[in-house]
Design a protein around this ligand. Sequence first.
Ligand code: UDP
Length: 485
Amino acid sequence: MASQFEQLHFLLIPLFSQSHIIPLTDFAKLLARQGPIVSIITTPLNAKRYKKSLSDYALRANLKIQLLPIPFPGQECGLPEGCENMDSLPSPGLARPFFDACTLLQEPIQNVAQKLEPKPSCIISSGAFTWTQNLAQNLGIPRYIFHTGSCFTLSCFDMLSKSKVHESVASDLDTFYLPDMPHKIECTRSQLPDFMTKNSLELKAIVDHMKEVDSLARGTLVNSFEELEPWYVAQHKKANKNFWCIGPVALANEEMEDKFRRGNETSIDKQKFCLKWLDSKEPGSVIYACFGSMCHLSCMQLAEIGLGLESSGRPFIWIIRESDYSPDVDRWLKDNKFEERVKGLVIRGWAPQVLILSHPSVGGFLTHCGWNSIMEGICSGVPMITWPMFSEQFFNEMVVVNISSSGVKIGVSTAMKFAEELNELVKREKIKAAIDQLMDDGEEGQEMRKRARKLGEMATKSIEDGGSSHMNITLLIRDVMQQND
Ligand code: UDP
């Protein structure tokens, strides 16, 4: 079958953020394994971050994947030098100029794409890059949207925008049920993403434009798997025949080296700190706490997290983002002799998340509910403590707690604004209580762990030959082939 697909050339254009580049790069690996050539559009600084690990992978697996860096016109739009990824935006106010700079890439990418051999057969891009629809039209090829969230979230967007039930409650904290769904799930307006609640004409225009452009795409790919959320998948398939779950894409990384070098370079030594330390712990005993690549936590909140992890009495790995690692945080850790007295490991900066999660010593994942992290937690078969912060992360919490019953809530009620600090301090007692509940040895805890393990097995099967996601990738490739006949 592979030979039939070898002349196809997929052009992938991820939004320049970790939560898009990482899954689309993983997806490139899954795609290329079935035969096609894959080129990933990026910028010079992003290429630096991902090039070595991707080229090593491609060489080892004998796959045709390449990165195509295009100079980023950030400074033309008022961005500081060196800012080519959303994780390096100095302030949330610069998100707009960042997207403006991305839009300016349409023409240079078109020029590059026209010279590619073989000619690109399709574009797969992030939904936020609406200009890639025009690009595809100019190149005379179909475009597919790569959705980095769940099918459940897509259903929530659809059903809330139709029913507007969230507009009928009196206050932001009044609860309502998500409409027309088989799961009875409570929600409040304060948990919804900004674009659903803010009364802003500018935001409304952006959302309307995205919807209009979405309808022109040839199909939609979702980093999920059918067995996780079957009812929601079926709803979307009914509405759109080219709707395919193709994940969990993180499972493209089977070798330890690929799990270790994913996203940024990490400061830790794989053998010494990570594996030796994990190897020395009991199976299923370690709590892994990480809050993604975008959330900002104050020094006060970080201190509560540290003390909560410590008071759980369990071994832990705690990641503090580089940009949150302020002099105050450094002082707090040192003054309290935190690292000397606790059973845990503190990692500053970037952690090899997929490698850590896949270690048998890890027994629980305290997560901010970014969808990639949720999928990676599911793949590793560990139950999760959900601490959603912004965007669609409260919907992701519902997938874990209400739909798959494989985690517990930490219990936050309000979303923060994009890339701003949390306004609701979660105290150490709450963190300890959630860890105790998750790691509980009673019947409930054991049942939850069993469900999480089962889900991990189903995720793995979906990517294997003959699995649902593997077959969906084949269907996508066939569709592209037909469109290029
Ligand atoms: N990630 C990682 N190491 C870190 C922080 C994040 O490998 O120290 C990866 C994580 O595995 C995931 C991605 O970065 O693939 C974060 O995406 P997610 O959707 O979970 O959250 P976001 O960063 O968008 O908030």
